[in-house]
Design a binder for this molecule. Sequence first.
Ligand SMILES: Cc1cc2nc3c(=O)[nH]c(=O)nc-3n(C[C@H](O)[C@H](O)[C@H](O)COP(=O)(O)OP(=O)(O)OC[C@H]3O[C@@H](n4cnc5c(N)ncnc54)[C@H](O)[C@@H]3O)c2cc1C
Length: 405
Amino acid sequence: MMREKYTVIVVGGGASGLMLATSLGDGKNKIAVLERGERVGRKLSATGNGQGNITNAFNAPYFSSTQAGAEKAGAIVARHSPQSLIAFFEDLGLLFETDERGRVYPAGRQASSLTDALRFASAQRGVSLLTGERVERVEKNGNGFLLRVQTDGGEKEYLAETLVLCTGGKAAKNFGTDGSAYALATGFGHTVTPLCPSLVQLKTDTAKIKTLKGIRASAVTLTATWKGGKESLRGDVIFTDYGVSGDAVFRMSAFVTDKTEVSLSIDFLPDFTEEKIYTALERKRARFPEQPFSELLCGIVNNQIGRAVLKCVKEGDLRGAVRLVKAFPLTVTGTLGFDYAQVTKGGVSMDEVDDNLQSKKVKGLYFAGEILDVDGRCGGYNLQWAYASAMTVSEAIQRKNRGQV
Ligand SMILES: Cc1cc2nc3c(=O)[nH]c(=O)nc-3n(C[C@H](O)[C@H](O)[C@H](O)COP(=O)(O)OP(=O)(O)OC[C@H]3O[C@@H](n4cnc5c(N)ncnc54)[C@H](O)[C@@H]3O)c2cc1C
């Protein structure tokens, strides 16, 4: 079988793989991206509701199974910052704008423009973007690597001096990320830490919210507590037949999906004190004594939410009603799962890669992006990680190709 040989093979033509290949492409070294899908960057083109929330202007720590892993990720993002990401894409011809939550988007608000820019620039720099090529196995071959690939036309083999796994995680399998590619890493003896979905809808007990399906509670404060931790944030919660969704829930999921005994509490009126709400209810009762208790919260919170809250308190218990408006409790029972999640928590252990994201087990093997045990909050942090990790690997490979290591 003919084996085409490359200086660098990047497995996975997603966000990190395309950024890496674009950065590496120099017209001299032979670089290839092998992508199992029919097109590169399909997930990237769908990010940020199609608008491409590429990074975030505000700093936030990253998650990893260990403190050391999170710190390593933080240092990598500090070296390859949002400013550096923006400069990278501006150099490819894009302009960016930032919203009030620090979310950075291409000015044309099209995620596909990110993919197009990377496709165009990498091809111009001599990178081969090979699609419909699913890497099934990788193994050491002398100082380099042998890759066995499945295509529609049958099996193929490639040789690479340097190999980078940019195959993403297990979330959103319709974009080619079904978790099967972790086997490429474990085949080299790497550990994959426990995986769970993040940036995902949460399942909860549903008895109290049965009547609320489809109702959006806007600008609430959502608080989650779990064994040893607590987080609060403000945003929208949408009630569903399985539990809760909405941007506040998505953002909160990053903190809780790997925790146990998680409970949520919703403050429907975060800008009002308990006393202020109590006084309003008392006044209403005095003015309209004939109004049924179940309608008492109408005009104060969403009518259906008001009725659902009042079903949970004894007739006439104003203090109880106020307490529930300020802290409506739900118990988290799970998530909607990987198919609905945007990101994977867990991955190839950060303890097993050096500061350049090179494998400590196999020289010449690198990792970038979501395949690693690093995940970020909602709001552009995961694409920022894809970029920062890709640039870290790119610099290391460029040093290697120059013979500096
Ligand atoms: C709907 C959605 C919206 C999102 N929105 C945002 C957002 O706005 N901002 C943000 O920061 N993050 C967002 N994310 C998360 C972000 O897209 C990912 O974290 C990021 O794309 C990860 O980059 P990656 O290169 O590691 O993996 P991916 O982009 O997932 O790419 C991995 C690629 O590897 C390919 N592949 C896998 N196995 C093989 C194999 N064996 N052989 C060959 N190819 C293989 C896959 O087909 C895929 O193309 C979103 C995710 C989803 C699903």
